[in-house]
Design a protein around this ligand. Sequence first.
Ligand code: ADP
Ligand code: MG
Length: 668
Amino acid sequence: MLKTTDAIDQITGVGPALALTLKKNGVQTAEDLIYYFPRKWEDLSHLSPIAEVKEDEKATIKATLSNLKSFRSRFKKMSIVQGIATDESGIINLVWFNQPYLKTSLKPAQEYFLTGQVKKGQRGLQLVSPTAEAADKTPLHSGKIVPIYPETGKLTTKILRRLIRNVLPTIRDLADYLPDQVIHQHHFPRLHTALEALHFPTDEEALQEAKDRLSFDELFLTQLAVQYMKANYFNEPATPIKMNVDLIKQVLAGLPFTLTNSQKLALHEILQDLEKPKTANRILMGDVGSGKTIVIAVAAIEVAKAGLKTAIMAPTEVLATQHYYTLKPILDKQRISLALITQNETIGDTTADIIIGTHALIQEKVELKSLGLVVIDEQHRFGVKQREALKQKGISPHFITLTATPIPRTLALTIFGHLDISVIHTKPLNRKPIITQSLTFQQKDLAYQRVAKELPTHHQAFVIAPLIETSEKLSAQSATKLFKEVSARFPTAKVGLLHGQLDAQTKATTMHDFKTGRLDILVATTVIEVGVDIPNATVMVIEGAERFGLAQLHQLRGRVGRSNLQSYCFAIPSEASDEVTERLDLFAKTLDGFKLAEIDLQLRGPGSLFGLAQSGFIKYRLANWTDAAAIARAQKAACGLIEQDHELNHYPELKKRINIKEMIAHRE
Ligand code: ADP
Ligand code: MG
């Protein structure tokens, strides 16, 4: 008896060559074969009387064979097998090409299920290369709804149907890991019933039930892993910090602007978090320029007044430095001390109330005693490992992550399902929509003409060099080349160059020079992608635009339009195709980052959005990433179960199935 854990070599009909092909496709065991799901189904359950088949349709008949003969065609040297099929209603010709063995394997005077394309031949209608299966056994390829599998090379749907039918009886070994309560509540079929029906459904209804159950399983197992992680790794006791309404009012009154409603709401959610005796774990999402910094600054002020410290971790030195200079005047007013720690300089000292630095530096250099709040800017991965490290030192601060990457809600529930989510939906009122144009390579002068128009009024421009994903060095070279080009175009302008291969000092100086207006144009790689705030920059030229995803293009566009000045963005592909043009046109006319991210999710799946491509836990075979209702249902079920049993001790089969290790690894 075959078992689900058996290697595929042990299955009858799997020779060394086929085993190799299967393994190349990730199929190692009988169970892997069962989880090799069809990509679609074809309903061949309708049996046509021969008299009723029509030209150009795909027809299934049940008929008796006769007059089988084989020969070679004179012209194309093809082997041809011919025959005749007869049922009560009529007769039809049969023809097969290049399958000479059929002459001997097919038995005359016997009844067969035959499915094939109906074509007009020299002597009337004929069935071309039909599948033929003896009618005394249940057919595999016709007479019912048949599965169509993802095919690669020699691994054809026909072979897969045969193999999967052979291993299907082993599913009786598979424990149904879903708790009874969940199965009953949703009226799901049992696991083995669902798997069987997914491959070989008896009817549409059984197929639909199987899809419902198995796509639920995919979403549920992911949600369960997320909720497990949330309950067991993101749930530490913390020092509650009472909301200080008078202080907050006073701080807000001292700002040069009023917060948008979205900012106020996010701030309120954060301040409420801080009041709880459990660590806050919140992500604050807001499009570039939506004003996240001030929101966390106010929270940090409250923490400081309560006698605790805040660490703000930025992904780059450039951003850390920028945060320092933005916050300094606001904090001075409140007499709160601030320190900046970068590779090159330290301003203030490590005992300051608020410390800003890059991730690594803060972790290494700062005495984190009495740390109340950690703010992580644009770093999605910061998670379990760092928390564990802090826990070892006996501290469990509140955590707030900031991201300008707009993440569709359905995806956020998975990637950030262990966090609470706040969203700043709107931008400050004085912002004008950024005029965006998708140009061809030949039209690129138009972009630089706009740059030329902006410079005399002391506005500044970014020019982004084509991204070379495989190599920082090549990216740096492409930026250097573009830098020369741009410098030649604008001989009187001051042009700067920024890329990842420059030393930190040069980078900081260049950035500072651009920020203070000593440079007119900055040619850069995506080093400047996140967070950089240059209100005076009004043009963004993106060369090699086809290499960026929609979400990434939007990030780049967000570097301009950060004041009340009219700003422009140009997307210029180095290599054009209809697909590229269509995508860049879409980018040009869609200014809403969340909408673009949603489109990216639909077009390219979640992999492209965050470099998640390698993460196994987001590979769904059946479930749909954009089905909000289904995801919410799975999340609800998962939360319910975790509430009952944090560690899933009563559900060992389920616990085996959820990939907590991978989920945590993704957050290290
Ligand atoms: P991001 O969300 O991209 O980090 P920032 O926090 O850098 O955005 O804010 C972008 C700019 O908008 C900053 O110059 C900031 O001072 C300004 N800003 C923030 N909130 C408001 C507001 N409510 N009204 C006007 N300007 C604001
Ligand atoms: Mg920012």
